[in-house]
Design a protein around this ligand. Structure first.
Ligand SMILES: *Cc1c(COP(=O)(O)O)cnc(C)c1O
Length: 431
């Protein structure tokens, strides 16, 4: 099967995500035959460094032997079973371990990030209803926030390109200032700006807490906004405000969870616990679709009772899929056995050092870094910069997809020094 053959067949047979299909005429998708660690390999054997972890999902490389072994073992036991009326060891083990890691002891499963957002929004609303406060139906989120693209999730998302067309279908929600430190005044520190931004949230809650069920935020890094980063004090203060005004805090750690922000979960850096924690993406190491919403005893208790309708009657066919849960357990084993969070700290420091010349390049602005995420903005980016950068990087063996004029790196954690060098040198050359 030739590469061009696959490119034309894919255009005829598929509708690719987040893509104007006509653009594939000049920029065809890259055919991938195999993967190996940080590398994607095409049918001709050319290798591309997966600098964005296949849309932020991969943690420990492609075809990871340990995750593969867990899945092969699970395949001979049970591939899937209904989770209404049945249970199984992988989903119970995973729930116990996630509960121990987060202090949130009740795990509800979905299949994708957006479904986790939907679950958290519905649970929060239903909690207030069960508690006799049915008027608390509203949601507030951050400007430039992203929480997925199903209708409920899109309602709390604030990315015009994804949202504007569908506005008539969406539920009204409120957006308040993002703590993104790029929005600070020239002399203002990220921390001072976070305080100023959170004051806007306080103003909103002071006025609207009675009709608001929850605040939803991406902790520390707003990914789809172009890796906007902010000071953890925002989250610390937000937690206080949510307690004071009796509004839930939903932490959407779909992108930043599982070590991506430098701690196992980003909320740890603010010393807080959310009422709902949404997880997906890295949860299975990028192997299988799985998402999870973890919540508190208080929320769980509000649904517990004799009346069926008081329960949370939400379901997805593949809820708690055993294969996905086994992959997630293998991921947690790797975190423990390899002390990944500490090892990543060393790797991140080294990569930041290797990016010194990139950070100092006259064309770039706002070089930033949180955990295993690096980003910068290109000052004089022409229209079409993103496609152009992507295409020229491919020629040099790097798979990268800038968001507008923002170039970012989110490599798999198994990246090593030579690959970090390649990434840094390629970027410098392209700039
Ligand atoms: C990717 C993402 C989602 C949506 O997840 P999908 O699996 O793509 O539906 C939601 N929130 C955040 C912060 C994300 O990065």
């Amino acid at each position: 099967m030739t590469e061009s053959n696959l490119a034309s067949r894919t255009r005829n047979a598929l509708w690719h995500p987040c893509t104007q299909m006509k653009h594939l005429e000049r920029l065809p998708p890259l055919p991938i035959a195999r993967g190996e660690g940080v590398w994607l390999i095409d049918p001709e054997g050319r290798r591309y460094l997966d600098a964005i972890s296949s849309w932020w999902v991969n943690l420990f490389g492609h075809t990871n032997p340990r995750i593969n072994a867990a899945l092969i073992d699970q395949l001979s036991r049970i591939e899937h079973v209904i989770l209404a009326g049945c249970t199984h060891a992988p989903v119970v083990d995973l729930s116990e371990r996630l509960g121990a890691l987060t202090g949130l002891g009740h795990a509800f499963y979905g299949s994708d990030g957006a479904s986790a957002t939907e679950i958290a929004l519905k649970m929060s609303f239903h909690y207030w209803r069960n508690r006799g406060q049915p008027h608390k139906t509203g949601f507030v989120s951050l400007q430039n926030g992203y929480h997925g693209e199903t209708l409920g999730a899109l309602s709390v998302t604030d990315v015009a390109l994804f949202k504007d067309v569908y506005a008539p279908l969406l539920r009204q929600s409120h957006q308040v200032a993002s703590p993104d430190w790029r929005l600070a005044e020239p002399e203002e520190s990220p921390e001072a700006y976070a305080w100023r931004a959170v004051a806007q949230m306080e103003d909103f809650l002071a006025e609207c807490a009675d009709t608001t069920a929850a605040v939803i935020v991406e902790p520390l890094v707003q990914g789809a906004a172009g890796m906007a980063m902010y000071h953890p004090i925002y989250l610390t203060r937000l937690r206080e405000l949510c307690d004071q005004y009796q509004v839930h805090l939903i932490a959407d750690e779909i992108a930043v969870g599982f070590g991506r922000a430098g701690t196992m979960f980003a909320c740890e850096q603010a010393g807080i616990r959310a009422d709902f924690l949404c997880l997906s993406k890295g949860i299975t190491g990028g192997y299988l679709p799985l998402s999870c919403v973890l919540t508190t005893d208080a929320v769980y208790a509000a649904f517990y009772g004799d009346a069926t309708a008081r329960g949370f009657l939400h379901s997805h066919s593949y809820t708690g899929n055993p294969l996905a849960c086994r992959a997630a357990l293998a991921v947690l084993d790797i975190f423990e056995q390899d002390d990944v969070i500490a090892a990543n700290r060393v790797k991140a420091a080294r990569f930041t050092e290797l990016l010194r010349d990139v950070a100092a390049h006259p064309r770039i602005r706002n070089f930033r870094h949180t955990g295993m995420i690096w980003a910068f903005d290109v000052a004089d980016a022409a229209p079409g910069f993103s496609d152009d950068f992507h295409r020229r990087a491919l020629e040099k063996g790097v798979f990268i997809r800038p968001i507008g004029h923002t170039v970012y790196f989110m490599p798999p954690y198994v990246i090593e020094e030579p690959e970090m060098r390649l990434l840094a040198e390629t970027t410098l050359a392209l700039l």
